[in-house]
Design a protein around this ligand. Structure first.
Ligand code: AMP
Length: 281
């Protein structure tokens, strides 16, 4: 496994791989890696010849500066996990490499209604930052396939729209959400939970799975209301709990005529904001 900090060196290596006829799989991350990230590395290994993982805490996708400052940074442990997970190349750029100060780095794209709900509504500018950094990474890595997690369902949907807008040949592949034994979705932010918060956090996934179990037995309105009831404990501040069309992400009131549906939630627990989702149909 090799680590590159500059675009020039990374591109040179990737050109050599391409000359050997090897396909490139790409897993973008912000580091503080856990088995959820490694499952994407493994998925890439199964489907692509070479796996490139970027570790870059992208400042432009944080709408709250404190969250950026507190984002865990564990590059040494990350490298060890990537090596063990079979990653071939780590791309570890600094911010000036991705956003050269002498270059216009702006990228404005309208995702329409996809970004007006849920994460888009509650984290203004977040998806603009995600689109900006991924456009840049796609130009640099030019992957055959990009692997991203269901954990960030709305992000995945936005990235699918981004690839379409860019007319990109890169294939987008979804990896399932990897969970702790008690159901809590793995997240880099989980390490910031104290012991008590950590013991309460699995109620988020439990509520989502309970909602799924009620499909076909209760109305969407009832399921949503009961989920909000379950999450209504003093330790949680619920930002949203939504049952949405899995393609358009717009809230739905029934599953009639809906191809795929997803329940998504964002909850504040102490100083930590956690998101999770479950595909209902
Ligand atoms: P992040 O480092 O949080 O930006 O995440 C990098 C990638 O890992 C994204 O595609 C996420 O959706 C994915 N990811 C994060 N958590 C999980 C998880 N628990 N299971 C599977 N994929 C995940």
């Amino acid at each position: 496994m090799k680590t590159y900090k500059t675009i020039r060196h990374l591109k040179k290596r990737l050109q050599e791989y391409r000359a050997e006829g090897k396909s490139i799989g790409f897993v973008p991350t912000m580091g503080a890696l856990h088995p959820g990230h490694i499952s994407l590395i493994e998925l890439s290994n199964q489907n692509s010849d070479i796996t490139v993982c970027s570790i870059f805490v992208n400042p432009t996708q944080f709408n709250v500066k404190e969250d950026l400052d507190k984002y865990p940074r564990t590059v040494e442990e990350d490298s060890e996990m990537l090596e063990a997970g079979g990653c071939d190349v780590i791309f570890l750029p600094d911010a000036d490499e991705i956003y050269p100060p002498d270059q216009n780095n702006e990228y404005k794209v309208d995702f329409g209604d996809l970004e007006k709900v849920m994460e888009g509504e509650h984290r203004p500018g977040h998806f603009a930052g995600v689109a900006q950094v991924l456009k840049r990474f796609l130009e640099i890595v030019e992957p055959d396939a990009m692997y991203m997690g269901q954990k960030d369902y709305q992000q995945f949907t936005i990235v699918r729209a981004l690839l379409k807008k860019l007319d990109s040949p890169t294939r987008l592949v979804m990896g399932e959400t990897i969970r702790e034994k008690d159901g809590l979705a793995m997240s880099s932010r989980n390490v910031r939970l104290n012991e008590k918060e950590r013991s309460i956090a699995p109620l988020i996934s439990k509520t989502l799975f309970d909602a799924k179990a009620k499909i076909g037995k209760k109305s969407i309105a009832e399921i949503k209301q009961e989920a909000l009831g379950q999450l209504d404990i003093p330790e949680f501040t619920v930002e949203y709990f939504e049952i949405a069309d899995g393609i358009t992400l717009q809230p739905i009131s029934s599953l009639n005529g809906i191809e795929t549906a997803v329940a998504c939630t964002a909850v504040h627990l102490g100083a930590v904001r956690l998101i999770d989702n479950v595909v209902l149909k």
